[in-house]
Design a protein around this ligand. Sequence first.
Ligand SMILES: Cc1cc2nc3c(=O)[nH]c(=O)nc-3n(C[C@H](O)[C@H](O)[C@H](O)COP(=O)(O)O)c2cc1C
Length: 380
Amino acid sequence: MNNDLQNRYPGIADLRARARRRIPHFSWEYLDSGTGLEHCIDRNVSALQDIKLMPHMMQGSQPLDLATELFGVTYNAPFGMAPVGLTGLMWPGIETMLASTAARYRIPYCLSTVATETPEAIGAQANGMGWFQLYPPRDPAMRRDLLSRAKEAGMTTLVITADTTTQSRRERQKRAEVSVPPKRTLKTYWRAAIKPAWSMATLSHGLPRFRTLEKYVDSTDMAEIGAYMNANMGPMDWSYLEETRKEWDGPILVKGILRKEDARQCISCGADGVVVSNHGGRQFDGAPAPIEVLPAIADELGNDGVIVFDSGVRTGLDICRALALGAQFVLLGRAFVFGAAALGQQGSDHVADLLIADLESNLGNLGCNDLKRLSEHLMP
Ligand SMILES: Cc1cc2nc3c(=O)[nH]c(=O)nc-3n(C[C@H](O)[C@H](O)[C@H](O)COP(=O)(O)O)c2cc1C
C-alpha cells in the first residue's frame, strides 16, 4: 500500500475530483452521468448510507481474511470491477490498467462487449481474473463467436446484461454533446486541448474504437458499429438465456435484476446467479436502489444462486452493507475508472487499496472477522 497516496487521496471522492480535472468535459459527462434527472444515482448512494450496522464489542483480536470464493475461484477480496463500455474515452489504454490491477490484486475485471479493447488483448493481462460481459447479439452465430473468443481468452465468468432493453435518455450527456465517435467540432477540439495529458495520451494511443465488434461489422467506424449494435443487439428474453446457457460451459450471471421473480426465473433458465444492479442509475431513473431490493432477492434465492451487487458502491463500508444484506460479491463501475483517469495505473491500484483498507477498518470496528457473518450486525 502506498501511504503517500492514502494521505493525498484518502477516498474515492478525491480520485473523482482529480479525474474530473484531468479529462475532457465530454469524457467526464459520459462517465459520471446517469439518466433523466439523476434521482436514481442519488438514491443508490443514499439508500446505501441509510443501512446501519451494529458493532459487537469485546471480541478480542481475531485474524481477518477477505478472501472470497466464487465459482471455484478464490479472489483476494469480495469485490471486483464492473463492465464499463467506451472505456478508452475516459483514458486511452485504461482496460490494460484495470486488467493489471485485477491480476495484481486477484480481483475480477469484467470486460464489456463495448469496451475499447478486445478479450484477446485483455484476457491474458487479467491472468485468470477476467470476466466477459455480453450485450446480447440477435444473431446466434455472432453470439457463439463472441463467447468462444471470451473463453479462449481465459475469461471465466459470463455476465449477460439484461437491463439495456432500449437506449436511455441521458440529459447530461446530451448537454455535453457526448457522441460516438466524438464530434469533430471546434468545441470538442477545445475541450480536448485544455486537457493536455489526456490529449497526448489519446494522440499516441489513437482514438477509442469498439475493437471487439469490428470483426462483425467489418469496419472500424464507431458510428457504423453503434448503428449496427442498436439494430442487432438485445433486448433478450428467457429463451435467449436458455440458448446462451447451452453455449457457455462456465458460470453465468444475469446483470440488471431488481425483481425477485426475475432472479428466480434466471436460475430456472440455467444462470448461476444474478447481478442485482440498476446499471449505476444510467438506464431508468425511476428504478429502486438495488440495496432496497437485495434482501427480497436473497430471501428468494437462498442457496440456489449467487448474488452479486452493484450500483452506488464507493467505500469498503458499502461493500459490508451489501454483504450483510445478502450479496456474496460486489462490483464497482465508476470508482475504478475514477482512479485510473485520475492517476493512471497507480490510480486503479489505489482504488483496490482504499477499498481493502476501508473494509479492514470497518470490519475491525464492527467486531466482525468473518464476511459471512456480517448479517449478524444488521439492525433489528
Ligand atoms: C461509463 C459507464 C459505462 C458502462 N458500460 C456498461 C457496459 O458496457 N455494460 C454493462 O453491463 N454495464 C455498464 N455500465 C454499468 C456498470 O457495469 C455498473 O452496473 C455500474 O457502473 C455500477 O454503478 P457504480 O458506477 O455506481 O459503481 C457502465 C457504467 C458506466 C459508469
